[in-house]
Design a binder for this molecule. Structure first.
Ligand code: GLY
Length: 580
């Protein structure tokens, strides 16, 4: 009897254990599925303290995917590939397959890397392609639709980064495929953007696109992108050829024919991301590693840091009238140089040594009169566009690798042209060329011969992914979107940390200002203290309020008490900091 009872109880126990296991495995499956599909908007984390690794991006799902890769044993390069691909799905306004960008990285062995996957002008591009027969710019032609697109560089960039990564590529691309296939929940800002751009999408696309639906989008709506998922699957299977050749290339070339586009099969097949030598220089016991040409960002950053250090800015106090005037006058010099001298170094000779030499910069910054506004002396003032296109990723891993990537479609949602059947948006980067000397682009910056359009030439950029080293270890990983405001934004973040000893949170979030030679106007973010603006007006500066500039993604690493990583995601958007 006792034996029978024991057997019956054992039987019951086994049954219960079985039922429990079934429930537990269903629970686990649910959790796995939930981590693959996002059916509700993930809240963003703005400040994350970590000991091992961190990733900061413009979207919580991208940061989460990057973090999962780091926890799985991937390094900063693995995480960079995954976050970039996930951003192309969940942050389609700027994350991209159809755009380009730059990477600055520091490897754990102490080597600094620089990768240029900027778009290039198609072979059929020519100098006056956006001008009418009287050589006047045709409104919108360099900004909207098919003719505005440069040859995309992002996928070529990703496969160059893969050299430094550790995990199999199929694992790195999988999260992006899942979000494209199964969908993700739109944030409130994304829903608003898509509603605002509905007519642009309808105008620039012949076939239905995933971004347009009959009823207005709202927060929490699920955006599913099956055509994009198919493109990502082709890249997963065929790698570079999955984008630059075969079906995807065919769809891009066919899309060009739907409009007035000129990107050809050869343009795509011939595209190759380039390793470059990073721009490096010392700044107050730190070593700055940043982006050289074809970005103007590194040169401007170096010019601003050197000119303001020469005038001993840190002794002036943060945003005092004296300090702000110094920054504005340094920016006047730097952006005037940008307009006249800077362009793709493969096509034009740029006097970089002189432009960044101590003697040149000292003579330039000695020329302004204290308490009196300078004058940019030009009539062709442009209007600064407030688009927060472009996006930045900052990553640090546990081994000491750091990655800063800024990538872009140029304007928000680029040319608003979606490659039919391939589901991704093409850039409108051609507008970053100077379409005619003195004519301002989307960001109000003007240019000259150095940045004129030529086939296969790269358009000048402002993107400034930057890593600051101390004793050859990364202490700051930083970057931001914001077009021409990028270099001044990165400059303000770095000097807030180094010169004004500000907390990382304040360095990112306190209101910033911007000046770029032309238009001869100082721009202020919302909530910039009024009394500071009044001081500038009293000196004779023109001032104007504008929307937010940039979204800075900052990682600061402190080695004094062990390793403390502070990851800050900009408060200005859905940006998110993750780490462990
Ligand atoms: N498209 C903005 C930049 O590259 O600066």
């Amino acid at each position: 009897m006792e034996k029978l009872l024991t057997a019956a109880m054992a039987n019951l126990l086994i049954k219960r254990l079985f039922v429990f296991c079934l429930f537990f495995s269903a629970f686990l499956n649910c959790k796995t599925a939930a981590s693959q599909v996002s059916t509700s908007v993930l809240p963003s984390t703005k400040v994350k303290l970590a000991q091992h690794a961190a990733v900061v991006t413009a979207h919580p799902l991208a940061s989460k995917a990057g973090l999962e890769i780091l926890k799985k044993g991937g390094n900063a390069f693995d995480a960079a590939i995954t976050t970039q691909l996930v951003l192309a799905v969940v942050y389609p306004g700027a994350g991209n397959l159809g755009g380009g960008g730059f990477m600055i990285a520091h490897q754990k062995d102490g080597k600094n890397l620089c990768l240029d996957f900027r778009e290039v002008a198609p072979e059929k591009a020519f100098k006056n392609m956006y001008l009418d027969s009287n050589e006047n710019p045709i409104p919108g032609l360099s900004q909207d639709g098919h003719l505005a697109c440069g040859v995309p560089g992002t996928i070529s960039g990703i496969f160059k980064i893969l050299k430094y990564a550790r995990l199999p590529f199929k694992d790195l691309i999988e999260p992006a495929i899942k979000y494209a296939q199964n969908g993700f929940a739109l944030t409130s800002d994304q829903a608003d953007d898509l509603n605002e751009l509905k007519n642009d999408f309808l105008k620039n696309n012949h076939n239905p696109v995933a971004f347009v639906k009959d009823n207005p989008w709202k927060e929490g709506d699920i955006l599913v992108q099956p055509e994009l998922a198919a493109t990502l699957n082709r890249i997963k299977e065929n790698r570079l050829a999955g984008f630059y050749q075969g079906l995807t290339a065919q769809y891009i070339v066919e899309e060009m024919k739907n409009g007035n586009g000129i990107i050809s099969y050869d343009d795509l097949k011939n595209y190759e991301a380039r390793d470059r030598i990073p721009m490096e220089f010392d700044y107050k016991l730190n070593h700055i590693v940043t982006m050289p040409l074809p970005s103007s960002g590194g040169i401007i950053l170096k010019q601003l840091l050197k000119m303001t250090a020469y005038k001993n800015m840190s002794s002036m106090g943060f945003q005092t009238p004296e300090c702000m005037q110094l920054i504005i006058e340094a920016e006047r010099c730097a952006y005037a140089d940008r307009a006249f001298f800077l362009g793709d170094p493969d096509f034009v000779k740029v006097p970089i040594q002189t432009l960044t030499s101590e003697s040149y910069l000292q003579s330039r910054i000695n020329n302004y009169e204290p308490h009196k506004a300078g004058n940019s002396n030009d009539t062709k003032a442009g209007v600064i566009n407030e688009s927060e296109e472009t996006t930045h990723i900052s990553i640090i891993d546990d081994e000491g690798n750091a990655v800063a990537i800024t990538t872009t479609l140029n304007d928000s949602y680029g040319s608003k042209t979606v490659v039919s059947k391939a589901g991704f948006i093409l850039n409108n980067e051609m507008d970053d060329f100077s379409i005619k000397p003195g004519v301002p682009n989307l960001y109000g910056v003007t240019g000259n011969k150095a940045n004129a359009i030529e086939p296969r030439k790269k358009m000048l950029s402002s993107m400034t992914p930057t890593i600051v080293l101390k004793d050859n270890k990364p202490v700051i990983v930083v970057g931001t979107p914001g077009g021409s405001t990028i270099p001044t934004n990165v400059f303000q973040t770095i000097t807030s940390l180094i010169d004004f000893k500000m907390s990382p949170e304040d360095a990112v979030n306190l209101p910033k200002f911007h000046f770029q030679w032309l238009p001869d106007v100082v721009y202020f973010e919302p909530d910039f203290p009024i009394e500071k603006k009044i001081h500038l007006v009293e000196m004779g500066y023109s001032v104007r309020d504008r929307g937010y500039m940039g979204r800075t993604e900052l990682i600061k690493i402190d080695y004094q008490k062990g390793k403390i990583i502070t990851a800050i995601a900009d408060k200005r958007g859905d940006d998110d900091a993750a780490g462990f």
